[in-house]
Design a protein around this ligand. Structure first.
Ligand SMILES: [Zn+2]
Length: 95
């Protein structure tokens, strides 16, 4: 027989994401209708550690959360934006 008791657990819950470039805050609360959810899904989250000879410094931890409105002007001059890439690279296995 297993015997249980009720126990309060404290956990971290994401409540907002703030763009590190423009400072705009987006509501991440789980609500019935949250219009910021679609914006949050388009965030770019950078999180890596610089290796030997990195321009960011050896073993430095680099993090940034960037909204799509800030990301676009940063990369649009060199990014390859193609609506058909996803379909062209799809793998189809026929057995
Ligand atoms: Zn932004």
């Amino acid at each position: 027989m297993k015997i249980f008791k009720k126990k309060k657990i404290i956990r971290k819950v994401l409540t907002a994401i703030v763009c590190d470039r423009c400072g705009k805050s987006y509501n991440a609360e789980e609500e019935e209708y949250n219009e910021d959810i679609l914006e949050i899904q388009e965030f770019l989250h950078i999180d890596f550690v610089g290796g030997y000879n990195s321009v960011f410094g050896d073993m430095n931890h680099i993090k940034a959360d960037i909204c799509q409105h800030c990301l676009k002007p940063l990369i649009e001059n060199f990014a390859r934006i193609n609506s058909s890439d996803y379909r062209d690279n799809a793998v189809c296995v026929i057995e």
